[in-house]
Design a protein around this ligand. Structure first.
Ligand code: SAM
Ligand code: SF4
Length: 441
């Protein structure tokens, strides 16, 4: 009689992602690496054999959230000591020593260039740490496990060479490197076949992309040739790398959408210089003018930091003045957080937490009023919207984005499906949403 052999159970992995779009894209690469090694994904931490947190180190607050989550997971590990816990990404890279001291129950610590080795690291018996930065690692041969859906995020370049004084990214993600265009086009073609209609190219300074003779403008034109892809976006470009050829590609390539996230950080020349951003206020404003002249329908968003080292009331007022001058459609706002390893670390914090709170509240209030005014100005206009799926507010409404990346919600006729592009007319608007009805584009 033959022995009955139990089939081997595939180990289950639960992955939680913190931080930016690039981390979400990295998590898809991690999932692909682990699936190749025989792991399956689970949505429930309680069911998992391996729990991974893909972390962010951009501000102290982001790190505190992960430390809190790690304490919760320690309880699970106490109950099931065979459970493996891993910390991935920027925080793993940034603070491994302190981390291992604060959370000694973590089994694996892997920086952003170590994901290829994860199966090996998880298979060992001892805690494993790999935080080597690798200038050659692009994961170009690994097809990320995209979730499907109308919009797909694709990493075009990794790392950053800018070294802004406040920012930890170059230290935790390493130096700039671009993924070969042939690999990107293969990936984007496959995504289009699986139903993606919009692609968002990602990189910390995505417009610094260069692979041999292909710069970012040329890459956009190549991606525009991929059948099935109807809309192209990218984030985050750096103002100093906005070349004329890139502006021309945005203006003349119909698939490239009229929306740009153009982080300014501050409206004070003094603060921008201290931040080592590589542009002056006048240069930034001239760039906005060139962009709007070339792309009249352009929507702009930005990142603003309040309370950087040495920021005085007049510097803060200059930021408000710049916001009034530019009239952004949206702004992401941050209180300055001192980060170890950065150039500004030794300068310390000169603005109190309370004052940062006052300044950020004023920035948010100003932006809300500008966003509301700009959105109200679109009432009565018709936009093509790429339908994504049910709106969060429910009620049978659908949601999608306008070319300017504004959220439109609308009731649509029978037969309208995610992936369709339909015309909508704006009936009313809040600072964040356009309420629309279906119309002819
Ligand atoms: N590469 C992009 C650029 O240069 O604009 C930004 C990438 S970063 C992940 C996103 C935003 O986080 C930055 O634009 C900045 O506003 C904010 N940020 C970075 N370091 C920060 C710090 N130490 N404190 C507060 N905000 C910070
Ligand atoms: Fe950080 Fe500056 Fe690089 Fe953006 S450009 S990731 S802010 S160092």
């Amino acid at each position: 009689m033959r022995d009955h052999v139990e089939p081997l159970r595939q180990p289950r992995v639960y992955l939680e992602t913190y931080g930016c779009q690039m981390n979400i894209a990295d998590s898809q690469t991690v999932t692909a690496v682990l699936r190749r090694a025989g792991y399956v994904s689970t949505d429930r931490a309680e069911d998992a054999d391996v729990i991974l947190l893909n972390t962010c180190a951009i501000r102290e607050h982001a790190e505190e959230r992960v430390l809190g989550r790690l304490s919760d997971l320690a309880r699970l590990k106490n109950r099931r000591p065979e459970l493996k816990l891993g910390l991935l990404g920027c925080m793993a890279q940034h603070n491994r020593a302190a981390l291992l001291e604060q959370a000694p129950w973590v089994d694996v610590v892997a920086g952003p260039d170590a994901y290829r080795r994860l199966p090996e690291m998880l298979g060992g018996f001892d805690p494993a740490v790999d935080v080597r930065l690798d200038r050659a690692e692009t994961y170009a041969d690994i097809s990320p496990a995209h979730e499907g859906g109308v919009r797909a995020y694709v990493t075009a370049m990794r790392g950053c060479d800018k070294f802004c004084a406040f920012c930890v990214v170059p230290y935790v993600r390493g130096r700039e490197r671009s993924i070969p265009p042939a690999d990107l086009l293969r990936e984007i073609g496959a995504l289009a076949e699986r139903g993606a209609r919009e692609v968002v190219l990602l990189g910390q300074t995505v417009n610094a992309y260069r692979y041999e003779a292909t710069d970012f403008a040329a890459l956009l034109r190549l991606v525009a040739r991929v059948d099935g892809i109807e809309r192209i976006r990218f984030t985050s470009p750096h103002p100093a790398d906005m070349s004329d050829s890139l502006i021309d590609a945005m203006a003349t390539e119909p698939k490239v959408q009229p929306y740009l996230h153009l982080p300014v950080q501050s409206g004070s020349g003094r603060v921008l210089a201290a931040m080592e951003r590589g542009y002056t206020v006048d240069e930034y404003l001239a760039l906005v003018e060139r962009l709007r002249a070339a792309i009249p329908a352009l929507a702009l968003s930005t990142d603003i930091i309040v309370g950087f080292h040495g920021e005085e009331e007049r510097d803060f007022e200059a930021t408000l003045a710049l916001m009034r001058a530019v009239q952004y459609d949206h702004a992401f706002t941050f209180k300055y957080s001192v980060r170890e390893h950065t150039r500004a670390f030794k300068l310390g914090d000169t603005v109190s937490e309370e004052e940062k709170g006052r300044r950020i509240a004023a920035v948010i209030a100003l932006q809300e009023s500008i966003s509301l005014e700009r959105n109200r100005a679109s009432i009565g206009r018709v936009y093509p919207v790429l339908v994504e799926g049910p709106a969060r507010r429910g009620g049978g409404m659908l949601a999608g984005k306008t070319p300017q990346f504004k959220t439109a919600v609308f009731a649509a006729g029978e037969g309208v499906r995610p992936g369709d592009t339909i015309g909508v007319r704006v009936d009313s608007a809040s600072a964040h949403t356009l309420v629309c009805s279906q119309a002819q584009p």
